[in-house]
Design a protein around this ligand. Structure first.
Ligand SMILES: [Zn+2]
Length: 156
């Protein structure tokens, strides 16, 4: 399953990519580009715009109208409809920033790149193959898990 998200769903896009979903996103895409790309690349259009949703469906394009208010609600809706687990497995994650694949990277190679305290404190670092951004399970990780737990409860 591949997705394309409208300009209002930047935050949701980052979550979905962390969960391993392939999501195309740019806040510069207008409605016609969204529909064209969804059609060409066989992506499901995710949108918070009811008119755009109706327009896509009328054209025979797979689309999903996102109704949830919080990220947890949105994630629960999507996980239920498209049947994927709300668990982050970094081996499957995509770069939240660019949708590239991330891979475990040798810590030694990052000594000059990552901030010193981070380098000392953490052992597993992941690097995006496309944009070279570095990720680790830092202090924010608890917040990430809290949101996913909430989403799992809503999903039921
Ligand atoms: Zn990237």
């Amino acid at each position: 399953m591949k997705f394309i998200a409208d300009g209002m769903l930047g935050k949701l896009t980052r979550w979905l990519r962390m969960l391993g979903q392939d999501v195309t996103y740019s806040n510069k895409f207008d409605d016609s580009v969204l529909i064209m790309t969804a059609n060409k690349e066989r992506r499901v259009l995710l949108t918070k715009d009811l008119n755009l949703y109706k327009c896509a469906i009328a054209k025979g394009i797979a689309a999903f109208y996102v109704e949830g208010q919080t990220e947890a609600e949105k994630l629960a809706e999507l996980a239920k409809s498209f049947d994927f687990p709300l668990i982050i497995d970094l081996k499957r994650s995509r770069c939240p920033k660019c949708n590239g694949r991330i891979r475990l990277t040798l810590k030694e190679q990052l000594a000059d790149i990552v901030e010193k305290n981070t380098f000392i404190y953490y052992n597993e670092f992941w690097k995006c193959k496309k944009c070279s951004r570095i990720y680790w399970q830092g202090a924010h990780w608890e917040g990430i898990n809290a949101t996913l737990e909430k989403a799992n409860r809503i999903k039921g």
